[in-house]
Design a protein around this ligand. Structure first.
Ligand SMILES: Cc1cc2nc3c(=O)[nH]c(=O)nc-3n(C[C@H](O)[C@H](O)[C@H](O)COP(=O)(O)OP(=O)(O)OC[C@H]3O[C@@H](n4cnc5c(N)ncnc54)[C@H](O)[C@@H]3O)c2cc1C
Length: 546
């Protein structure tokens, strides 16, 4: 049974700060910058487990959505977001997102982010699936995340010239420290550096902000980078915080298949390639989307992903193919230079060859449950960005709302902290490494999750996944290191996901049950997960209409 055991050995060093922010993607860095503006005297420590720009943010392609264009309004953006969320968005959170959104994008521009512009000067805004207006601001064509990350990190470096801000790279947050009264009192951190703060230590702080991103690495195929192991969600659950909507994982229908043993991030093959006429085929070259949907290869994402999975199961293979050879070299180079380059870097030439593709985990709508100011159910603990469940995405994220969520809710956390930092408290309780899992479980766990709890879900498959996870949970290890902490986190997150997915007997948004193919009014609500003395459990909370 999974218990609430904390995972770190007794800390070997101690640090004091006011706010510790964990993670350096759009959510973490924006939070730091916003706190510096709102509370210039606060001491901040930013800890990140790899280098600063290693996270999903730098890989974001399409852009950031906000009602910035003529004829658009926050109200229209709200309506589109609610439609995508399939009946369970938190309307107040969506209202905050769309109302604060345009200002958040303008602040990024003021910081120096260079968004693409029309020849006459205004922002070049495009449309994506589900948006009824042109409201996606983008940079460098399909390199929006890289530009946002660049601009934020330049601003961070400028702000870093002060005694109040400390940044530590290669620092893995392990667990939440809590005071005797239950408040967050800091974190334990494993630093892989040289000097005073090597090894496991304790950072004591009045407020902890988790900005650790998603958990795509729970699956064998994902667009997320290797750092997306769900640490923040696992840490929060172990620390007593509630999570919500963790069963809602968005899958991208086509990423480059890199082989059964591939690890880490798999490059996206954008829908736009199919938009230009590329078609999905099996190993014999047969088109299989014709007849599945009137739009064939341009059917909605979920239809395409499901059809690919069914095709793979029927053929007993682990990928299908995308045929874009008819586009020719000039069109590939002009329209899809990034995809062309990344395919060629992996030995596939889309100009002359079929591209092997597979559906992959892309974005998690749920996470650590927060209110409109990023506050979790544990006083002093905040969550922002993909790790959080603010309620804006409901059962399915509207494209390009996730970067915006990080930008908007980071500011709101700073606003909450500026009303008065909570008093510092003493950490209580013993740390222990009991319950750590063997890193060797990661690959079988990912395969189990992709096979039984991924795109196609059923009661039988999910029950098998739950049993498989229980078995993997018995493979303990006694070597406390980064791999073991991350394996243990993946296992906890996967278990919470499977428990919620098994409970939710309906199809809604990005949760597709083969055995309950329709949405059910009885399930219009949230599964709220927590880790108590008797293990993981989830409680259903219906949506209450105003
Ligand atoms: C290929 C791809 C394309 C996308 N395209 C878009 C798009 O066009 N528009 C859009 O809105 N969204 C897009 N998304 C989603 C979006 O990029 C993410 O949701 C968003 O960037 C998440 O930001 P974040 O700051 O929450 O997390 P991340 O950017 O993932 O950052 C997480 C940070 O936490 C750190 N971290 C994790 N665990 C720990 C730990 N234990 N200790 C210390 N540090 C830790 C990581 O190292 C990293 O610095 C895309 C995602 C991908 C993968």
């Amino acid at each position: 049974m999974i218990t609430r055991t904390l995972l770190a050995p007794p800390p070997g060093w101690h640090k004091e700060t006011d706010v510790v922010v964990v993670g350096s993607g759009v959510a973490g860095v924006t939070t730091v910058l916003a706190i510096r503006r709102a509370l210039p005297t606060a001491r901040i420590l930013l800890a990140t487990k790899s280098v600063l720009d290693d996270g999903s943010t730098r890989w974001a392609q399409g852009g950031v959505a906000a009602a910035l264009g003529p004829g658009d309004s926050p109200e229209q953006h709200l309506q589109d977001t609610l439609t995508a969320g399939a009946g369970i968005c938190d309307v107040r959170a969506v209202r905050a997102l769309v109302t604060d959104g345009p200002g958040a994008v303008r602040r990024l521009i003021d910081l120096g982010a260079q968004f693409d512009r029309e020849p006459s000067g205004p922002l070049a805004l495009t449309r994506e699936g589900g948006h009824l207006r042109r409201r996606i601001a983008h940079a460098g064509g399909d390199a929006t995340g890289a530009e946002i990350s660049r601009a934020l990190l330049v601003a961070l470096a400028e702000a870093g010239a002060s005694a109040e801000l400390e940044v530590i790279e290669h620092a893995l947050a392990i667990d939440l420290l809590r005071a005797a009264d239950g408040r967050a009192a800091g974190i334990t951190l494993h630093v892989l550096g040289e000097g005073q703060t090597d090894g496991v230590g304790a950072v004591h702080a009045s407020a902890v902000v988790l900005a650790t991103g998603g958990f795509g690495q729970v699956y064998a195929a994902t667009t997320n980078p290797p750092v997306s192991t769900g640490d923040g969600l696992a840490l929060a659950l172990r620390g007593g915080a509630e999570a919500a909507d963790v069963e809602f994982v968005q899958f991208h229908p086509t990423v480059l298949w890199l082989g059964a043993d591939s690890r880490g991030r798999q490059p996206l093959i954008s829908e736009a390639v199919r938009g230009e006429g590329a078609v999905l085929v099996d190993a014999s070259g047969r088109r299989f989307m014709t007849g599945v949907h009137p739009l064939a290869d341009l059917a909605p994402r979920d239809v395409v992903a499901k059809a690919i999975m069914r095709e793979m199961i029927a053929a007993g293979t682990d990928h299908v193919y995308l045929d874009g050879r008819h586009l020719g070299a000039a069109e590939w180079e002009h329209r899809f230079p990034t995809i062309l380059a990344s395919s060629r870097a992996h030995g596939i030439d889309p100009v002359t060859e079929l591209i092997p593709v597979v559906p992959a985990a892309h974005y998690v709508s749920g996470g650590v449950r927060t209110d409109l100011f990023g506050r979790t159910s544990v006083p002093g603990l905040y969550a922002c960005g993909e790790v959080a469940c603010t309620g804006v995405h409901g059962a399915n994220r509207l494209a390009s709302n996730s970067l915006l969520e990080g930008l908007v809710f980071a500011e709101r956390i700073a606003t909450a902290l500026a009303r008065g930092l909570p008093p510092a408290t003493e950490a209580a309780g013993e740390a222990t490494t009991a319950g750590l899992l063997d890193p060797a479980i990661v690959r079988p766990l990912q395969q189990l999750m992709s096979g039984s709890a991924g795109v196609l879900r059923s009661g039988t498959g999910l029950a098998q996944a739950a049993a498989g996870l229980a078995d993997l949970g018995r493979q303990q290890c006694d070597k406390p290191d980064a791999d073991a902490w991350q394996a243990t986190n993946l296992h906890l997150v996967a278990t919470a996901l499977v428990q919620a997915a098994l409970a939710r007997e309906e199809t809604r948004g990005s949760h597709w049950r083969e055995d309950f193919a329709e949405p059910s009014d009885a399930w219009r609500g949230h599964l709220v997960s927590s880790l108590g003395e008797s293990g993981l459990s989830s409680v259903f909370e219906p949506v209450l209409d105003d």
